[in-house]
Write a protein that binds this ligand. Sequence first.
Ligand code: FAD
Length: 389
Amino acid sequence: MDFWLNDEQVMVQDNLRKFLDAEIRPLDDRWGDLEMTADRARPMLKMLIPWGYIGGGGTAPGGGDPVIRCIQDEELAAVFPGLGGIASISSGAISLIAANGHPEVFERLAGGFRSGDLIGCVATTEPEAGSDPSGIRCRAVRKDGAWILNGTKTWISNGSIADIAVVLAQTDPSAGPAGFRHFAVDRRESPFQSREIPTMGLRSFPTSELFFDDVRVPETNVLGGWRSAQSTSPERAFARTLQLFSHARAWSAMLSVGIARRAYEIALKYVQVRRQFGKEIARHQLVAAMVAEMATEIDAARLLCQRAYTALGRGRADIEPSMAKWYATETAVKVASTAIQCMGANGLASENRVERCLRDARMMTIPDGTTQIQKLIIGRALTGMSAIR
Ligand SMILES: Cc1cc2nc3c(=O)[nH]c(=O)nc-3n(C[C@H](O)[C@H](O)[C@H](O)COP(=O)(O)OP(=O)(O)OC[C@H]3O[C@@H](n4cnc5c(N)ncnc54)[C@H](O)[C@@H]3O)c2cc1C
């Protein structure tokens, strides 16, 4: 175990920072706090391709050096968190299709994802099924050699700009969660409607409602069950969803570290030059304490993330992603709020960017399992007793 970056990791970080500062930061300044469109997102995704953000990797097993993956995710989040979100969710969608989809479907879609022309989303949550995804009602019925999809999904990241939605639906209500299957729904051949839900933060990372009204999905687009219509194991779709949450939690945590770091860096510069009572405010002990707390909490969150990414990369993650997720997301809220405090009224001004960090950070304690749900998961693992059900 080494707590310091090696030469290769430092080089990756330096190069990334130069690229992100020069090319991506101006885009965040312009578009980061506005509603995103697919036409605006695609060229930005293409810019990220040479840097390994699109089409897999991330926290996936075999996804390369986990510390480098952490660096990549943190650096992008510190500059343009909304774009980091779009890239990560899209990559998650194609990873699911790569691992479980019909080779023909994967071949047809993979090129578009790798080139940044296709955007993906993963749709689990429904109006009546949030923290408890076992309550999913979206229904898929097999009819005339296809699946007919009906239902509503909500709070789906990338939903309004997605070309491909990986949708979790019930195919056998009598089987409960064992009757769930995933479908790769290609909006071009299986059109569905969407509506963006405006939010307080991460405004350039759309969250949307998706409406499936008798949407016809080809038989080959079922994930996992395409080899034989009869001999499928649909219950694996639910297990796959839980596994996916594990990866998403580690990434959400890293995104939050990036947001927190941005807030901290803005405040740090400010307290070194702002003068009150005849000296820089950094020389006042209570301000120095706020700086120390922010830096320590960000470091602690980052280390939890690196451990979670490493555990996931080795295929042996247990409670590490949950620990990283609740701690890092709550830390980001606290750090962004402290950063505002360090800057006084100037911290509240939109033009100084730090208030946006608080709005962005506030978004992340909810998705991929709320803070409360992460603590229940950790508690269950440690005590062997479940408070969930
Ligand atoms: C920014 C963002 C992006 C998202 N992206 C996606 C996406 O891409 N795909 C997707 O499918 N979904 C997505 N979601 C949905 C997200 O996964 C759900 O919002 C989350 O699981 C919580 O569900 P809920 O909002 O319905 O809250 P609820 O489940 O209704 O919970 C409300 C409150 O009750 C608490 N609570 C619930 N059950 C318990 C319990 N047993 N014990 C203690 N407290 C409990 C919760 O912690 C919370 O505080 C996203 C949400 C957000 C905010």
